[in-house]
Design a protein around this ligand. Structure first.
Ligand code: 5GP
Ligand code: ZN
Length: 118
């Protein structure tokens, strides 16, 4: 049994609201949503962060899945924000690479509050 919480999600050892999956990635709703839509996309294999030797094909698949999730959630036209927290200074809290897709509400402009709620 894995000790990584997102490996456990990928292995269905803990439940999640799955939005989409294929053989490489799993998309599921965040447990503490920062907007009407807040979905996380993870590789099914464990990579700690962006610097963990992620294959180019997987990067592509993750971004393809962002677009797909936006369509599934109905925010492809209204827009959405895509965030990857990678490492300590970004306050990454789960050390299994994941892409946040947040939308369904107006977000603030600019980089300072890039990942904040307002
Ligand atoms: P980070 O700060 O590492 O970029 O984001 C981790 C995200 O994972 C947070 O938004 C948090 O709410 C979410 N999260 C943490 N544990 C769980 C869980 O067990 N299930 C789900 N669905 N989301 C989780
Ligand atoms: Zn993991």
């Amino acid at each position: 049994m894995s000790e990584c919480i997102f490996c456990m999600v990928a292995n269905r050892e803990i439940p999640s609201k799955v939005v989409f999956e294929d053989e490489m990635v799993l998309a599921f709703d965040d447990i503490a949503p920062q907007g009407p839509v807040h979905t996380l996309i993870i590789p099914k294999d464990h990579y700690a962060d962006l610097g963990d030797g992620v294959p180019t094909e997987l990067f592509g698949r993750l971004m393809d899945t962002v677009v797909r999730v936006a369509e599934i959630k109905g925010i492809d036209t209204s827009g959405y924000r895509v965030i990857i927290n990678s490492g300590r200074d970004a306050s990454q809290t789960v050390n299994h690479l994941h892409v946040h897709v947040i939308g369904g509400r107006q977000m603030s402009h600019g980089m300072v509050n890039f990942a904040e709620n307002s």
